[in-house]
Design a protein around this ligand. Structure first.
Ligand code: PEP
Ligand code: MG
Length: 615
């Protein structure tokens, strides 16, 4: 029970002599922002956090080195903490990976060579202040500059989030500099509801959804990263509930209705009954989705479709299994090379590939060899001088994908050797990124055969024959040479993300031209169709692993083009399966024919995105 001391409405000790049972405390209904659906009922657990105290100090020029060293240590410690958080992502339920990883990556970038760190160092050396003062002042300067741009920007919420990210990293640095402990969630009793004034996104990543019933906070909004995280964790949550922590004391019963955005403190019996019914209804809806996961991906007229998962980090493995994906259609191996200063050796790679292959329990795993590209910064490659420094050139057109691997055979051979050895654990395929010519495939196959030969001589066990060697069709050159490439490769994986970028000359992450980025543009669809037909003529396996594979509305068109294999983020599998199960191949073929007759992108958008069923 909550302490009664400052609640005038509660019975006094004196009244106990006349009233045997104290009257139930009054129900309080507080409205906030609905952030994550679901209903939680449980006792309040309030996790307060000790504030970090910054003592502002001027320093002598002779102290610059020691203050910079303190900053460096705090940066290294923050980086370690964030890497640990990132490694923890595996325990999170579906949808969470894709949402949370970019935020942690943004934080990690800020504790790398960033504008923030440069600013902090400048403050120490030019303003002659201690490290914590420099952190506070430099971060506020940057956050203010970001917010000042919001006035004439059409994404003020995005700017606010960005400013908050800068402040969040500053708070972490200050905590580490002042040795102020971080809030701990270790003692949360099972089934409790976390109530606090505010919750950082990094805190949210530490919550264990299997122990905690829900979350409610005084601060926060629907757009913030904390909200994104809580949704990703599938935890009922209401944020921005003014006055919550004053009204809900530790031990009070609360109901958090994350769909309605309401927190009820000390609920009446009637409210509790309604809430319990809500919990059951929500669980039933979730179960329905889970049942769909176990059903086969088969069209109404009996055609089986392969639905696989794309994987970016090993932490996604449990989600992939939960989603009912039939293997991994695209393992982006870049994660192995990121956030580290040295290249991973053959044995380290073998262990990771083997874990993934074994986890798939006999379902195939397609490992794409390193696709280092403009958007993906890989410290290890840079620090070991394996790639050129990023210059003014457009990285999309530079030394990336298979080009880099052929230029740096030591990276390529190590990775191929590791994949070949791990492939003894289950069905595996090797995928080459960013192919543009037949010569690249031939050269890659030579390297592949040479590595296999060397491993056999060395006495390593590898599969015989070696796993299939396929190629990404993600450049217009590859799509238009698909007939020739089909003679060299063992399978195609159509990557519509880059294919759209190169076909339309529109950067994938350039917000200036994002409205022009249209994978349904007839030029892109014709490239997809040409490549698919070249594969089907052989016939050889062909799949789609770009983002379009995750959109259930595109299923009829893709099935109608003859495609039967799709790889997507794991959380999209159930919805795509639903679309497959609602389609007939005959209807899809008719529909695709009509779409492919169109030349106006807007008309295609209306036809494809405006319809739900092929029939
Ligand atoms: C693609 O380009 O469509 C693709 C799947 O590869 P990535 O997104 O990793 O570039
Ligand atoms: Mg690509």
């Amino acid at each position: 029970m909550a302490p009664f001391e400052d609640d005038a409405l509660r019975p006094t000790r004196r009244s106990r002599s006349t009233v045997l049972l104290p009257p139930a405390p009054p129900e309080r209904r507080l409205v906030g922002i609905a952030v994550s659906a679901g209903i939680a009922i449980g006792p309040v657990f309030s996790a307060a956090e000790r504030r970090a105290v910054v003592v502002r100090k001027k320093i002598a020029a002779t102290d610059i080195a020691s203050q910079t060293a303190r900053l460096d240590a705090a940066v290294a410690q923050s980086r370690q903490q964030l890497l640990k958080l990132r490694a923890r992502l595996g325990v999170l339920p579906e949808d969470s990976q894709a949402e949370i990883a970019p935020l942690l990556d943004a934080y990690l970038q800020m504790v790398g060579p960033s504008r923030l760190l440069r600013g902090i160092r400048r403050h120490i050396t030019e303003m002659l202040v201690n490290a914590e003062t420099a952190v506070v002042d430099a971060s506020e300067e940057i956050a203010a500059a970001i917010l000042a741009m919001a006035a004439d920007d059409d994404d003020p919420a995005g700017r606010e989030r960005h400013a908050e990210e800068v402040r969040e990293i500053a708070r972490r640095l200050v905590r580490n500099l002042t040795l102020t402990p971080f809030r701990s969630f270790a003692g949360i009793p099972e089934g409790a509801v976390l109530v606090c004034e505010g919750l950082r996104p990094a805190d949210a990543a530490l919550l264990d959804p299997s122990r905690l019933a829900g979350v409610a906070t005084d601060e926060g909004g629907a757009e913030g990263h904390t909200a994104v995280m809580l949704r990703a964790l599938g935890m009922p949550a209401v944020l921005g509930v003014a006055g919550l922590s004053q009204n809900a004391r530790p031990g009070d019963t609360v109901v958090v209705d994350g769909g309605a955005g309401v927190v009820t403190v000390n609920p009446s019996p009637a409210t509790l009954t309604t809430a319990r019914r809500g919990v059951t209804a929500f669980a039933r809806a979730q179960q329905k989705l889970a049942r769909l996961r176990r059903l086969p991906a088969i069209t109404l007229d009996g055609e089986t479709v392969e639905l696989q998962a794309n994987m970016e980090i090993p932490a996604e493995l449990p989600l992939i299994a939960q989603a009912g994906a039939a293997g991994i259609g695209l393992l982006r191996s870049e994660f192995l090379f990121m956030n580290r200063e040295t290249m991973p050796n053959e044995q380290a790679q073998v262990e990771i590939y083997r874990t993934v292959i074994e986890a798939m329990g006999g379902d195939p795993v397609t490992i794409r060899v390193l696709d280092w590209g403009g958007e993906k910064d890989i410290d290890a490659l840079q620090s070991e001088g394996l790639v050129p420094e990023a210059g003014d050139q457009n990285p999309a057109f530079g030394m990336r994908g298979i080009r880099l691997l052929l230029r740096r055979p030591e990276i390529f051979e190590t990775q191929l050797a590791a994949i070949l050895r791990a492939a003894m654990a289950g069905p595996t395929r090797v995928l080459l990124p960013l192919v543009t010519t037949v010569g690249e495939v031939r050269a890659a196959r030579d390297v592949y055969d040479r590595v296999a030969h060397r491993l056999r001589l060395r006495g390593d066990r590898i599969p015989d024959p070696v796993p299939p060697l396929g190629i990404m069709i993600e450049t217009p050159a590859a799509a238009l040479s698909a007939d020739a490439l089909a003679l060299e490769a063992d399978f195609f994986a159509i990557g519509t993300n880059d294919l759209t970028m190169y076909a339309l000359a529109v950067g994938r992450s350039d917000s200036e031209v994002s409205a022009l980025y249209d994978p349904l543009h007839p030029a892109v669809l014709r490239l997809v169709q040409f490549a698919a037909q070249a594969a089907l003529r052989v016939p050889m396996p062909v799949s789609v692993c770009g983002e379009i594979a995750a959109n259930p509305r595109l299923v009829p068109l893709l099935l109608g083009l003859g495609l039967r294999s799709f790889s997507m983020n794991a959380s999209a599998v159930p919805r795509v399966k639903q679309a497959v199960r609602a389609a007939t191949i005959e209807g899809c073929v008719r529909f695709a024919r009509r779409v492919m007759e169109q030349s106006d992108p807007a008309r295609i958008q209306a036809m494809v995105l405006g319809q739900h069923r092929a029939e």
